[in-house]
Design a binder for this molecule. Structure first.
Ligand code: ZN
Length: 195
């Protein structure tokens, strides 16, 4: 499913589509666009895993190995951008949307998401890091925007808190002659986080 379908979308559409109504819907939506794993292989035995309910996890679902003797479980967030935090996936989507609008203050994002100041600042930093990395990837000789390329190890983002620069974010936004940065940032996340 292409993220370009999301051009022209607003927060209201996301709500009307039910994406922001429940974690379950948010998970379906993120899987549809390949932002969290669509399938998973057990790292212990190599069998296919099944996504199922898991009451004791924040997301209410997790992967479980189909093999009876194994039954290893694995977080739905593993390897994804969302593994950086345990903020609910509904709030993550809402926050990314509000960030993408570009003119929302931290205070406004807090009010809309009911997340605390500290969390919103952290998330804006994570998104800024995606912008910085995206600028590097697109500047690299291995490929250009819109081209499918194998991303070299050196271009994989640092998972440690980096030094996200607001200048990179502005530059990243300027390089795109679009009105809606939501699909653009989701594409960039998808490129950087190999599931
Ligand atoms: Zn297994």
């Amino acid at each position: 499913m292409s993220l370009h379908e999301l051009v022209g979308l607003n927060l209201c559409d996301l709500m009307l589509d039910g994406v922001l109504n429940s974690t379950e819907n948010a998970i379906k939506w993120l899987r549809k666009f390949g932002l969290i794993s669509q399938e998973r292989i057990c790292h212990k035995c190599g069998s296919a895993m099944r996504l199922g309910r898991q009451a004791n996890t924040a997301d209410g679902q997790s992967w479980r190995c189909r093999k009876k003797e194994c039954k290893t479980t694995s977080s739905i967030r593993k390897h994804s951008f969302f593994s950086r935090s345990n903020v609910s996936l509904v709030e993550c989507i809402r926050l990314i949307f509000l960030w993408a609008e570009g003119d929302n203050s931290v205070g406004k994002i807090c009010r809309y998401t009911k997340l605390c100041n500290h969390t919103v600042i952290d998330w804006c930093g994570f998104l800024r890091e995606v912008c910085s990395e995206d600028l590097k990837i697109n500047a690299a000789p291995i490929g250009g925007p819109g081209q499918k390329v194998a991303i070299n190890e050196t271009h994989v983002p640092r998972r440690k808190p980096g030094n996200p620069s607001s200048r990179d974010e502005s530059m990243w936004r300027r390089k795109r002659s679009v009105q809606n940065f939501f699909p653009e940032i989701l594409e960039a996340i998808k490129r950087q986080y190999t599931l």
